[in-house]
Ligand binder design. Structure first.
Ligand code: AP5
Length: 281
């Protein structure tokens, strides 16, 4: 099987003047998903896997900020410079800045290829603004996957995370270790620790999550979009659980009505249903 072709997300990462090299293949029904969960629960890892399987773009607001902070992109706007200051401390970037940045990239939200949103929305204001944008565009979020994991596990995942300086691939020193220590499997780049993975920032991020982001669980439950998923186990197990939970939610009519058969066929790259590893939370 050929390796999946990754969308470069150029327009998302660098703004609307950038052009993505890979355009959507016009799937019959694009998936539009939101991933929720505490920092370090594995949203980015699952977004990558879901993006490849469902053929949609992984849209992370954290990635936009990190891209703006990269050494080759130092000429940021004052708003971006301010955003990076908040991020380094583990605090949330103010809603007004985040919304300005997302609105600028509304084309990615409208894109007919669909999306997996990771790290946005993160406050009720952001969730309401997204809902309004979707309504205005006549679009609909298909489901919101909320990943759940004990805090002790989360801290282990964050403290061991390493990111490629060059291609931004994510590893873990023990759980998803690179073949050669500190060297990226994908591009040979150097692996580094994220600035906001320092223990003092992690503490602030976890507190901020409880205060500002956890209320979104009830918001999306109220809209009938919420799918709860245990993030325990390997990334592959969590991925299989995500596909099964999505499929089950569609079959049970919890999410926007879709033809479940179509969803199963659409999910499996090889035409088979994903493996079943569903476990109660
Ligand atoms: P963002 O980049 O969104 O960070 P986050 O939400 O804190 O999430 P993380 O990227 O830390 O974790 P993750 O859940 O994606 O886990 P990952 O897959 O990497 O945001 C960063 C900052 O930007 C925010 O703090 C804020 O300042 C700002 N920001 C961004 N969006 C904003 C917004 N909308 N509003 C305001 N401010 C905003 O996995 C973690 C580690 O675990 C990795 O090492 C991975 O390899 C490993 N791992 C993953 N899954 C497993 C598994 N199943 N088993 C074992 N290890 C695993």
């Amino acid at each position: 099987m050929n390796a999946p072709v990754k969308n470069d997300r150029a327009a998302w990462l660098c703004g609307p003047s950038a052009k993505c090299s890979l355009l959507p293949k016009e799937p019959n029904r694009a998936w539009r998903l939101v991933l929720l969960g505490a920092p370090g629960v594995g949203k980015g890892t699952q977004a990558e896997l879901l993006g490849e399987r469902l053929g949609v773009c992984h849209l992370s607001t954290g990635d936009i900020f990190r891209e703006a902070a990269s050494p080759c992109n130092r000429a940021g706007t004052p708003a971006m410079t301010e955003a990076l200051r908040y991020m380094r401390d583990g605090r949330l970037v103010p809603d007004s800045i985040v919304w300005e940045i997302v609105r600028e990239r509304a084309g990615c939200i409208r894109c007919r290829g669909g999306f997996v949103l990771d790290g946005f929305p993160r406050t009720l204001m952001q969730a309401r603004a997204l809902q309004q944008l979707m309504n205005d565009e006549g679009l609909c979020i298909d489901g919101v996957l909320n990943y759940v994991l004990p805090v002790t596990e989360i801290v282990l995942r964050l403290s061991g995370r390493r990111v490629c300086e060059k291609c931004k691939a994510v590893f873990h020193v023990t759980q998803r270790a690179p073949r050669v220590p500190d060297v990226c499997d994908q591009c040979g780049g150097h692996l580094i620790q994220r600035e906001d993975d320092r223990p003092e920032s992690v503490k602030v991020r976890l507190q901020t999550y409880e205060r500002a982001t956890a209320p979104l669980i009830e918001f999306y439950r109220g809209l009938g979009k919420l799918v709860q998923i245990s993030a325990a186990g390997s990334a592959e197990e969590v991925f299989a659980r995500s596909l099964t939970a999505l499929e089950a939610a569609i079959t049970d009519g919890l999410l926007r009505s879709r033809n479940p058969r179509e969803a199963i066929i659409g999910l499996g790259e090889d035409g088979h249903s994903p493996p079943r590893h569903i476990e109660p939370l």
